[in-house]
Design a protein around this ligand. Structure first.
Ligand code: SAH
Length: 301
């Protein structure tokens, strides 16, 4: 597979058809082909094509999504580009570093998204939180580049790294010291989002949010995930653990005594993936998967 096919350029709510054409042209020049648009303004393809001639291959593969989550669901890691310095402690990388890192990840088989915001207002904090990394392109004190210029710089950097010209710029330690179990694969963004949702729901069940605000807690957790480089078996384990904690809290709420609740054997089985289906169903339907010792115990409790 061509390494450049591992990259997706994602534009969130692009407004201007000429900008879109210039983005497509920039991608074509640098050899990137996969463009995803999230809720674009009404398309005027004539205007777009003014600046995007001979780019039919990129245009024909362009995909449109109704949410950023959908656009990122099958990627493994996403990089959100932002002109602004935020007040939160975002894990923010300079672009050259970020592109060096993600090129090395793509070379190892990951699908990576480079996410860009609206011309007028950029990406919201919530959208940036969907991305594992925040990326800043170094500028003068006037930090806001035109959307297509920002995409061009990013694609140029990808082109240089892929061509090997930029090798010296970064040596991504994280990629070279992989300590994951064999036969596992890197978690997709969709799986990570489902895990965050599962943890969030459990924390509500157990009343955790008395002590911390929801968005701060979720933001920090996401930073932890990002450093952890989670794999599918680890996602299953954590979903299993938090799913059970939530179920336990619900049983206690229903007045079932803790000593009547017995852990389920499948804990011991998590390495073999036995709990995967059950846990995924659990978070989606809210169904309980932990059982009291018997129905009789349940009634008598
Ligand atoms: N006025 C907006 C900027 C929008 S520019 C704001 O202040 O946020 C459109 C998009 O281009 C941004 O959302 C971002 O993805 C990208 N971009 C522009 N300048 C950038 C910079 N210096 N670093 C990283 N991304 C940048």
């Amino acid at each position: 597979m061509d390494i450049l096919d591992g990259f997706r350029i994602v534009l969130v709510e692009p407004q201007n058809p000429i900008n879109l054409g210039t983005v497509i042209r920039a991608m074509k020049n640098m050899g990137l082909r996969r463009l995803r648009l999230v809720n674009p303004a009404a398309m005027d393809l004539d205007k777009t094509q003014v600046s995007a001639h001979r780019t039919e291959d990129v245009l024909s593969q362009m995909e449109i999504y109704s949410s950023l989550d959908d656009a990122l669901s099958d990627v493994h890691v996403s990089y959100g580009f932002s002109a602004r310095h935020r007040t939160r402690t975002w894990a923010s990388l300079e672009m050259e570093h970020a592109i060096g890192l993600c090129t090395a990840e793509v070379a190892q088989g990951a699908r990576v998204a480079l996410v860009f915001g609206r011309e007028q207002s950029g990406l919201t904090n919530d959208e940036l939180m969907r991305c594992q990394y925040r990326v800043h392109i170094s500028t003068s004190e006037y930090t806001s580049l035109n959307l297509a210029q920002a995409v061009l710089l990013a694609c140029y950097s990808v082109h240089r790294h892929v061509a090997g010209i930029g090798d010296a710029i970064v040596a991504p330690d994280r990629v070279s010291c992989d300590n994951h179990a064999p036969k596992t694969r890197r978690a997709t963004q969709d799986e990570q989002t489902r895990l965050l949702k599962c943890i969030h729901e459990t924390l509500i069940e157990v009343g955790f949010y008395k002590a911390a605000t929801k968005s701060t807690a979720m933001h920090r957790l996401q930073n932890i995930f990002q450093r952890a480089d989670l794999h599918d078996d680890e996602i299953r384990l954590l979903m299993g653990m938090f799913g059970e904690i939530g179920n336990y809290a619900r049983l206690i709420d229903r007045g079932i005594r803790p000593e009547k609740i017995r852990p389920v054997d499948k804990y011991l089985d998590f390495d073999r993936g036995a709990i995967e289906e059950k846990k995924l169903q659990c978070t989606e339907t809210g169904e309980m998967s932990i059982r009291p010792t018997s129905d009789r115990d349940n009634k008598s409790a």
